[in-house]
Design a protein around this ligand. Structure first.
Ligand SMILES: [Zn+2]
Length: 139
């Protein structure tokens, strides 16, 4: 591996100064990187891809720093959390629709009961679509 010569990589010195300070002005990050079409997985603000890209890495202005690997891990975790969140939300709809169905039958409201049954069929299909993405075995 090539030895780093002092003064060879001025962006690294600027980046080190930003690391010590934590927060960085967007203008300071513009000097050492380019705004990426990505958001910080922790805070969801803008991310900068650093110009000195050996290795490829990213920073946000609140002080989070990522290698491409740690950014990928964080994004994968966020995607998994979103899929689980979607499954939980659809399960809530199924539970509520079952309660509304039972109520509609007790109250003799046949049209409402039919609608709740249809809602449940749709939501159960949706859970079946989401299951493989969340790596949950089918029931
Ligand atoms: Zn951040």
């Amino acid at each position: 591996m090539a030895k780093r010569m002092p003064g060879n990589r001025p962006d690294l010195d600027r980046e080190a100064a930003i690391s010590e300070g934590g927060l960085a002005e967007p203008g300071a990050l513009d000097e050492i990187g380019e705004r990426a079409a990505l958001t910080c997985p922790s805070y969801h603000g803008a991310l900068w891809r650093l110009r000195d890209d050996q290795p490829l890495r990213y920073r946000c202005h609140t002080g989070h720093a990522f290698s491409s690997l740690s950014l990928e891990d964080a994004n994968a975790q966020n995607a998994d959390d979103a899929i689980w969140g979607a499954i939980r939300a659809v399960h809530e709809r199924i539970i509520l629709a079952r309660e509304r169905l039972a109520w509609a039958r007790r109250a003799g409201r046949h049209a409402d009961a039919e609608r709740e049954q249809l809602t449940n069929v749709e939501n159960e299909k949706l859970v079946e679509l989401l299951r493989p993405a969340a790596r949950i075995p089918s029931e």
